[in-house]
Design a protein around this ligand. Structure first.
Ligand SMILES: [Zn+2]
Length: 263
């Protein structure tokens, strides 16, 4: 007796794993795959972290992974037939101690390391008082290392850099203009209440400390000294800051941005 005929198209092909990405994670998918189920037939059982990155989403952008209805870590092994839901970090509800895969967001301690091509954004973040490491010529390996060693959020427009294994905190900057990028970061990390304008040096990221007015007499133009009642000195490079026209322009920028955020 001959065996039953087998249809080669259906007999051995396993049911693929299904991935669904939520919210801004769709930015990383090709247009046709956004807001739909992405099916992948897996070879073996990769970690869910590797499987998600192979689809295009860098792991620092992920806040929560649910596999077959249960929250899992990045180490979870995905098999064909699994159903995986991938969420960005939640801004207002801190789920991380219980189930999230990423570190929790602590707005008042937010610190950044900014990729070399985002110099303007780095200056704006310092202007708002956020601890921001920035070296124009920093290599990718160095940026990733600084982010990991100093627990800084890595801001870049290079998704390959975010996929480096040592990067825990990171974010792909979507907007093109520096000003829009700043708004994007303030919103994404819920930072509007943590802004402290003119508390940090734009040049070196040092903190600005109030100084005795008389001690800066020799270091600022006589007219500035005569007009200004208060001065601050950078603890890093020693630069003197005062409320000049530069200050007022930036103050206006911060105020407009805050108004936009509260809409
Ligand atoms: Zn300085």
């Amino acid at each position: 007796m001959s065996p039953e005929p087998v249809n080669p198209a259906t007999a051995s092909a396993p049911t693929p794993a299904e991935f669904r990405f939520y919210g801004p994670l769709n930015d990383f998918l090709p247009a046709v795959a956004r807001e739909t189920t992405v099916r992948r037939r897996l070879d073996g059982s990769p970690s869910v972290k590797d499987a998600i990155e192979a689809i295009g989403v860098p792991h620092p952008e992920v806040g929560l992974i649910v596999a077959n209805g249960e929250p899992v870590t990045f180490a979870f092994r995905v098999r064909n037939g699994d159903r995986i839901a991938v969420f960005p970090p939640f801004r207002s509800i801190d789920l991380s101690p219980v189930i999230g895969v990423g570190p929790s967001l602590r707005p008042y301690e937010a610190s950044f390391v900014v990729d070399g091509h985002l110099g303007r954004l780095a200056a704006y973040l310092r202007m708002c008082g956020f601890d921001t490491a920035y070296e124009r010529r920093a290599a990718d390996a160095e940026l990733a290392r600084t982010s990991a060693d100093e627990d800084r959020i890595l801001l870049t427009r290079d998704r390959g850099l975010l996929k480096r294994a040592i990067v825990v905190r990171g974010y792909l900057v979507r907007a093109d203009r520096a000003r829009d990028q700043l708004v994007e970061i303030l919103e994404r990390f819920d930072l509007s209440a943590a802004i402290q304008p003119f508390s940090r040096c734009l040049r070196c990221n040092g903190t600005l400390e109030p100084v005795e007015r008389s001690s800066v007499r020799a270091e600022v133009p006589p007219r500035v000294f005569a007009e200004q009642a208060a001065f601050r000195r950078c603890a890093g490079c020693g630069a003197i800051y005062w409320r000049g026209s530069h200050h007022r322009r930036m103050d206006r920028l911060v105020q407009t941005i805050l108004a936009e955020l509260s809409v």
